[in-house]
Design a binder for this molecule. Structure first.
Ligand SMILES: Cc1cc2nc3c(=O)[nH]c(=O)nc-3n(C[C@H](O)[C@H](O)[C@H](O)COP(=O)(O)OP(=O)(O)OC[C@H]3O[C@@H](n4cnc5c(N)ncnc54)[C@H](O)[C@@H]3O)c2cc1C
Length: 466
């Protein structure tokens, strides 16, 4: 039974990777720590439950990483995907700290495994969690409990008492027990983004947001972020920017997870509901491009698109939860997709005619390309001509939003007047926009949470002592 009448040194709001890294780090620094996780125990861990890997810099190959990934290369990748929309000082700090996270996270009980084949070709840059994100979380929870961190589930924070940039208390609401005022010397906000709040998304995306599917937890509704911004914390990031991929249109509204994501785009073409192509499916290698397809589909009529391929490539990518829709002819496939058969036949005929001879290799930017059509397919273009013809319907799958709370290198929140908050820290999705102005490189969500979670916990503990 957690004694809620006492005043804790550090209150952590959230129950995912960022929260647990913060809680463990604060506790190891000698602080008393309370974690409030809004979800029930079975659903604990927010989006972290769905993860598989983390991107960390390292100077040499390890037991599970196939080669070095220097700080400079990580920085260059980040620069490329964000188009320079990042806080260089914070980003370089995060990249530097990520080197140490590879070992630190193992010290907290997490285990690595070699990269999974056939996924995003991440064997050199990203470390995979043995047993996936849920096993990773279980290890962090076990360590936190062993260290004496107090954890409450079904513990939604519904209000924050903040005066002049200083956190005083939080109001907690529980199904049994009702509302309680929780006091602590410092706050670590690690309560995720606002991706599960469709009404909030609609403010920027309009009615289109009704057609978005949320890949992760329904509990990341952004309530904590909203309260912080309303109470004077400086905001960072563009509210329309987020990580969004193409996921199966048949996926559930929330929590469809990784098995609903489609990685087959490079092996075929993508058309909208007018059966027209709208983007170069072979622009760059998939790990650098998979995260643009959510936004691309969001911009199409009715926010739906169809990945079309033929029977020759079905074993080339990871199978997903849903089987492809098949047709013996293109017209039959079009009928099943409720597309205009003549329009789909025209698009595929024109595409096939534009394909140039080349040597196919999906692991490099190969020379299989189209000529004379717009948009082009600049790599991996092969004719779609061997029945059965196959398709996956896809919709935008929102992973997490980037609008967040501005922080400094101590993970301390900055107030609207530019001054650091007296005792409030943030980690994870809730501050991801500091590093990710736009774009994404696979595995960075967990880097942001682990690095800034660890720092936030340590700094919050120090703050509480002073
Ligand atoms: C399907 C999927 C696959 C992914 N794969 C990867 C991957 O392989 N690698 C990677 O780096 N990233 C991946 N990501 C992104 C990654 O999940 C996130 O970046 C990361 O987990 C964020 O951690 P976090 O702790 O900030 O948020 P979360 O893990 O989402 O935790 C937020 C927590 O806050 C709690 N909460 C929210 N509001 C309240 C409130 N009012 N009161 C109390 N608690 C509250 C939630 O219940 C939740 O526990 C993936 C995401 C999804 C959806």
């Amino acid at each position: 039974m957690v004694d809620l009448t006492r005043r804790f040194d550090v209150l952590v709001i959230g129950g995912g990777n960022a929260a647990l890294c913060a809680a463990i780090s604060a506790r190891r620094a000698g602080a008393s720590v309370l974690v409030l996780e809004g979800a029930p125990k079975f659903y604990r861990g927010g989006n972290t439950r769905h993860t598989r890997n983390m991107r960390c810099a390292h100077d040499a190959a390890t037991e599970i990483l196939t080669g070095p990934y220097t700080e400079e290369e990580f920085w260059n990748d980040l620069l490329l995907v964000t188009g320079g929309q990042t806080d260089e000082e914070l980003a370089r700090f995060m990249i530097h700290e990520s080197k140490d996270i590879l070992n630190w996270i193992v010290e907290q009980g997490v285990r690595w495994q070699p990269s999974l084949g056939g996924t995003l070709s991440l064997g050199r840059t990203n470390s995979f969690f043995l047993g996936g994100g849920r096993a990773m979380l279980n290890a962090l929870y076990r360590t936190a409990e062993e260290l004496g961190v107090d954890i409450l589930y079904d513990a939604e924070v519904i209000d924050l008492n903040i005066e002049d940039g200083m956190f005083l208390s939080a109001q907690l609401k529980q199904p049994v027990g009702g509302k309680t005022e929780v006091r602590a010397s410092t706050l670590v906000a690690a309560a995720g983004g606002f991706e599960a709040n469709i009404e909030w998304l609609k403010q920027y995306w309009g009615e289109a947001a009704d057609n978005f599917l949320i890949r992760g937890t329904p509990f990341n509704r952004g309530a904590i972020l909203k309260m912080l911004l309303a109470k004077g914390v400086q905001e960072i990031g563009d509210p329309t920017q987020c990580h969004a991929v193409a996921i199966d249109a048949r996926a559930p509204k929330f929590d469809g997870g990784i098995i609903t994501r489609h990685d087959s785009v490079v092996f075929g073409i993508v058309v909208n509901r007018h059966a027209e192509r709208f983007y170069d499916e072979g622009e760059d290698i998939w790990p650098k491009r998979y995260a643009i397809w959510g936004r691309l589909v969001a911009a199409q009529p009715d926010q739906i698109a169809y990945i079309i391929f033929d029977s020759t490539v079905v074993t080339s990518f990871m199978p997903t939860l849903f089987p492809p829709i098949a047709g013996a002819t293109i017209a039959e496939l079009a009928g099943k997709l409720e597309l205009d058969p003549a329009a789909l036949e025209k698009t595929i005929t024109e595409f096939n005619a534009a394909v140039q001879p080349g040597t196919f290799d999906h692991t490099i930017l190969d020379d299989c390309r189209t000529e004379g059509i717009s948009p082009p397919k600049t790599h991996w273009a092969r004719r779609i001509e061997t029945p059965p013809y196959l398709a996956y319907p896809v919709r935008p799958g929102i992973t997490f939003t980037y609008l967040g709370a501005r922080v400094n290198k101590q993970a301390r929140m900055l107030m609207q007047d530019g001054k650091p908050s007296a005792n409030m820290f943030a980690a994870g999705e809730i501050m991801a926009g500091n590093v990710l102005g736009k774009g994404y490189a696979a595995g960075m969500g967990m880097t942001i949470g682990s690095v800034f979670g660890r720092v936030a916990g340590r700094e919050a503990a120090k703050n509480a002592r002073n």
